[in-house]
Design a protein around this ligand. Structure first.
Ligand code: 3Y8
Ligand code: NAP
Length: 250
């Protein structure tokens, strides 16, 4: 009897949850609990960390899970490493549902950087107006260039004061659309965009808007993840579930 643990928190995870519910495949959806009110899912849902890889392995055993699907965000490197370790320890078949990284198109003015520190270094010294669309974690390094006016887009209002003296905040959850992001960037007279190479449709709007406005984009490359099977579509995950792990007779 198939029973899936689905690590979520992305548009693709939400689409997969719909497909699993419609197919009547037993599954539990897992959020980290990073946002105040995550989107409701059509599956039984758990919220919060497991307590590390060992604890995740224990949860896999105790939950009777036969498969794990990691549909977390490409920048959620810790949970993905934990999933690889926990599945290796328990012998649970694992697959990652991962959207392809964005690639530059005609008209894109991208500077690709390896990490947040390199993104800060890539910003100019002369004061600029920066749309910092990388979320709440990882703001502190930008305090090194506090001369800029920052526009932040966060899912929840910040609880603590921001480490940036000149910052305005937009509270929005996405998925976003290009026209809306273009209007936002014009309204705030944005001169630079900083973003993670998240891939996917839900975050691409700001890149389309920057291309239309001819704005420079500083794009942070994804962290490297441990090797694991990866697919880019919900259909491939459903197909994988139908035969992965059957050698164990599940
Ligand atoms: C808690 C679940 C869905 C999922 C929607 C996608 C699309 C909108 C784009 C911008 C960039 C950013 C951020 C972003 C996107 C989708 C997707 C995606 C980027 C939710 C969600 C959770 C989170 C966590 C949150 C992070 C933050 C990152 C905002 C729900 C809405 C910037 C990443 O306050 C915090 O601590 C927020 C933290 C991790 C990155 C950061 O470092 O701050 N996502 N985002 C998940 C959990 O608890 O397990 O609340 O409903 C999910 C989505 N975020 O079902 O439609 O799939 O990519 N999320 C980035 O990509 O750069 C916003 O503004 O353009
Ligand atoms: P992370 O740095 O890889 O994980 C940090 C810790 O959070 C993990 O070790 C785990 O805690 C817990 N965790 C993360 N995702 C979880 C999940 N789906 N279910 C249960 N526990 C989870 O993760 P993150 O970058 O903070 O991302 C957190 C969530 O936001 C994920 O669901 C991710 O898909 C979503 N998200 C992240 C981004 C991003 O930019 N990072 C963007 C969009 C959505 P324990 O070690 O205690 O188990």
């Amino acid at each position: 009897m198939t029973r899936v643990l689905l690590l979520g928190g992305t548009t693709e995870a939400s689409l997969l949850a719909q497909a699993l519910a419609q197919a009547g495949i037993a599954a539990v959806f897992s959020y980290a609990g990073r946002t105040g009110a995550p989107i409701a899912q059509p599956l039984p849902t758990r919220i919060g960390g497991f307590g590390g890889a060992e604890a995740m392995a224990k949860a896999l055993r105790e939950g009777g899970f036969t498969h794990l699907v990691d549909a977390t965000h490409p920048f959620a490197a810790q949970i993905s490493a934990n999933a690889v370790a926990a599945c290796a320890e328990t012998g649970t078949p694992l697959i990652a549902l991962q959207r392809p990284a964005w690639t530059a198109q005609d008209g894109d003015r991208w500077t690709r950087v390896a990490d947040t520190a390199a993104a800060v270094a890539a910003l100019p010294d002369a004061p600029a107006r920066v749309f910092l669309a990388t979320g709440k974690q990882g703001l502190l390094p930008f305090a090194l260039k506090s001369q800029h006016q920052y526009l932040l887009r966060l899912v929840d209002p910040p609880e603590a004061p921001l480490p940036l003296p000149h910052a305005s905040v937009v509270i929005a959850r996405g998925p976003f659309d290009a026209e809306g992001d273009k209007a936002l960037m014009i309204g705030h007279r944005i001169t630079h965009l900083v973003a993670k190479n998240a891939g996917g449709l839900g975050a691409e709007a700001k890149l389309i808007a920057a291309r239309a406005l001819g704005l420079p984009v500083i794009l942070i490359d994804r962290p490297t993840l441990p090797p694991r099977s990866e697919v880019a579509s919900v259909a491939e995950v459903i197909d994988w579930l139908s035969h992965a792990g059957t050698e164990r007779g599940v």
